[in-house]
Design a protein around this ligand. Structure first.
Ligand SMILES: *Cc1c(COP(=O)(O)O)cnc(C)c1O
Length: 308
């Protein structure tokens, strides 16, 4: 459902607004903007759209995007990150808030994986960082926290003092715009689904969710340790259900996909599917059963990666 909001929020921005995304990225941010006409042509050779600012996140910059060199209007940030499983701390997020203030940009912050955060110093919401209420919209899904994928309930925070600017520089309330847009085009989440979402905040609901997340986090740990034992370089997994690994030298993301599928019958997601800078990486997820997770790791350990 958060994807629906991502698809809708673009309605309140002008076509001329310049969008920045990380590379690799959760594809929805890019695709919704391409569909609403905010990109230029697709460059097949480079695998990128003109008019979109791509911010590489790779092992070389420790998966921390650098500020754009030019002025952008909309910045998509997702932490804990899908696909890389990496996070930003408050100081690192503050840089983005300062950039947004200086450039009158809006940060679109996706905190879908907030419940997986383990380390104390990592913020669960961008609003934990000073100044965020003046520049950021935050999206939150119940899908990954409470198994709501397909159940269609999520929410978005558009602070009352968040301002957009018209071409003439006139200030407008984004909260008002978003409210108008939503009340015109959407009649709300069904009552039973709302009650289910409400139940996630009860004592019993919270306990069940905590147990579930703990289970998946243990899977993530098993995958991380298993891969490291097998000789892989691994990122993410600590504050996230995603494990981002470097594929063995000499293989592409898809080459590794084939090898994994054919030789040990394990599937994952090729990093190149998330953007050109995802090439050479691969994503595994902790959202499986304990039994299958352990089995997959045993199989991957039998994969001879030294030859590559
Ligand atoms: C899964 C996911 C969502 C979408 O969740 P829905 O509420 O099911 O649409 C949003 N953002 C990220 C980064 C996700 O991985």
């Amino acid at each position: 459902m958060q994807n629906v909001i991502h698809g809708n929020i673009v309605d309140i921005f002008a076509k001329e607004n310049k969008v920045a995304i990380t590379d690799p990225v959760y594809p929805v941010y890019l695709d919704t903007n391409v569909m609403s006409g905010r990109s230029g042509k697709y460059n097949k050779e480079k695998g990128i759209y003109e008019n979109i600012v791509y911010l590489p996140v790779t092992a070389e910059n420790d998966f921390k995007p650098e500020l754009p060199k030019e002025k952008v209007d909309m910045i998509y940030l997702c932490f804990p990150n899908n696909p890389t499983g990496t996070v930003l701390n408050k100081q690192e997020l503050k840089k983005w808030i300062d950039y947004a203030k200086e450039n009158k940009s809006i940060i679109l912050y996706d905190s879908a994986y907030e419940a997986f955060i383990e380390e104390k110093e990592i913020p669960h919401s961008i609003y934990e960082v000073e100044g965020a209420k003046d520049v950021a919209i935050e999206f939150k899904s119940y899908s990954k926290t409470a198994g709501f994928t397909g159940v269609r309930c999520a929410y978005v925070v558009v602070p009352k003092n968040l301002k957009g600017y018209t071409k003439n520089g006139e200030e407008i309330s984004l909260n008002n715009l978003w409210n108008r847009r939503t009340c015109t085009k959407f009649n709300g989440v069904s009552y039973i689904v709302q009650r289910a979402a409400e139940a996630t905040y009860t004592k019993e609901g919270k306990k069940q969710i905590e147990e579930n997340i703990k289970y998946y986090k243990e899977n993530a740990k098993i995958i991380k340790e298993g891969l490291e034992e097998a000789g892989f370089k691994v990122y993410g997994a600590i504050n996230s259900p995603y494990i981002w690994l470097k594929v063995p030298d000499g293989l592409t993301s898809w080459g590794f996909f084939d090898k994994l599928l054919e030789e040990v019958n394990v599937v994952g997601t090729p990093g190149s599917g998330f953007g050109p800078h995802g090439e050479g990486y691969f994503r595994l997820t902790a959202f499986g059963t304990r039994e299958n997770t352990i089995k997959a790791m045993e199989r991957i350990k039998n994969l001879n990666i030294q030859n590559y």
